[in-house]
Design a protein around this ligand. Structure first.
Ligand code: COI
Length: 357
């Protein structure tokens, strides 16, 4: 399918950030966007790149009323060698299609979506920031658009990709974040939509996160919905714990997001000869190991956050300082390795990195 490109008039081009060190996360968008439409019977059609603009949606669109929405988050990296790199981008679109299956939405043709995304990035490549710690964030999104208020899957969808320069996700940057272990609210239950990247998971996480923020924490660590006992994820990140010499992360058993950075960390750490366990880890075991000093590090992983060290965890009113409140050696090593791969500075023996310009 041919992707039609309509370029913005020069007079409509937006100013790019003057000071890249001030870029936060998710506020700035480039000059163009990719779109395509779906109707049952016809399939996906009219793939196109247009000037970035408001989209027009019927107020009865099912995605607005019943949350049939899925999205992805990935990045393009501007290397110091002038290259533009993608990191495991196909895996994001595969996950998008798995989310589509869970939400009864229509899968996209991965090749077409990747082609549209690359065309968009190259058209707006001047928007890729080049300062350390910055990248171009890419947000593929699908929304149910059929105007209908009965509860059933929509017969029409809009898919779009928007992009924009980002800096660190957390204001802490690489400094350790503080985590509130949530023992009342839950994010997702087994059999639910926790392993799909869909808006509702994030909406349901807001109240607990706002309450934790009021108490001065950066994020909430979710426990399992049934027993409030086993650690799940942080909502914008998967979680890893280094206890003694074992690197532990929650298994992908349906209620947590299968993170691509999570998967990369597992492969890297295994390759370094360390013991990695995808297993249920109780908050009691973490508290015990924090008290006894065997909890060496805790860190979150995600596309937006990369590797985010945890400096403090608070559970039932007890504070536990992790790694002396600093970034631990393993977190630092992982951060350095992943970033070097993503920016094309290190040879990629995993088949993860693609140079697109
Ligand atoms: C990402 O890491 O890209 C995410 O999608 C998390 C988030 C910003 C919601």
């Amino acid at each position: 399918m041919e992707i039609k490109v309509t370029q913005a008039d020069n007079s409509d081009l937006k100013p790019r950030p003057a000071d890249e060190s001030q870029i936060g996360f998710g506020d700035i968008f480039s000059d163009h966007m990719f779109l395509m439409d779906y109707e049952s019977g016809t399939g996906w059609h009219d793939p196109r790149i247009e000037p970035y603009r408001n989209i027009s949606i019927d107020p009865a669109a099912m995605g607005i009323h019943y949350g049939q929405e899925i999205f992805e988050g990935l990045k393009a990296y501007g290397g110091r060698d002038g290259g533009i790199y993608l990191f495991r981008a196909t895996d994001n679109f595969k996950r998008l299609n798995r989310s589509a299956g869970r939400l009864c939405m229509s899968e996209v043709d991965i090749e077409l979506a990747m082609e549209g995304m690359k065309k968009l990035i190259l058209l707006d490549k001047e928007w890729i920031p080049r300062s350390e710690g910055t990248s171009l964030y890419i947000r593929p999104t699908m929304l149910a658009t059929e105007p209908h208020l009965g509860v059933r899957p929509s017969t029409t969808y809009l898919f779009f990709i928007i992009i924009g320069p980002v800096g660190p996700y957390f204001k802490e940057g690489l400094n350790p974040v503080t985590i509130y272990v949530e023992d009342f609210y839950v994010r997702a239950a087994h059999g639910g939509t926790g392993d799909a990247k869909t808006a509702g998971n994030y909406a349901s996480s807001l109240l607990a996160t706002e309450k934790a923020k009021e108490k001065g924490f950066t994020q909430v660590l979710w426990l399992d919905a049934k027993e409030h006992k086993y650690v799940e994820e942080v909502g914008t990140m998967n979680m890893f714990f280094l206890i003694n010499e074992e690197v532990i992360t929650a298994p992908l058993d349906g209620s947590i997001l299968p993170g691509i950075t999570r998967d990369s960390v597992i492969e890297l750490v295994k390759g370094w000869g360390m013991k990695v366990s995808e297993r249920r880890l109780s908050i009691d075991e973490i508290v015990e190991s924090a008290r006894s000093g065997t909890l060496k590090e805790a860190f979150g992983t995600g596309t937006a956050a990369v590797i985010s060290p945890v400096g403090q965890m608070t559970y039932k009113g007890e504070d536990h300082i992790v790694a002396g409140g600093k970034m631990g050696d393993l977190s630092q090593k992982l951060y350095d390795e992943i970033v070097a791969l993503q920016y094309g500075e290190k040879e990629d023996s995993h088949g993860w990195v693609e140079r697109i310009d």
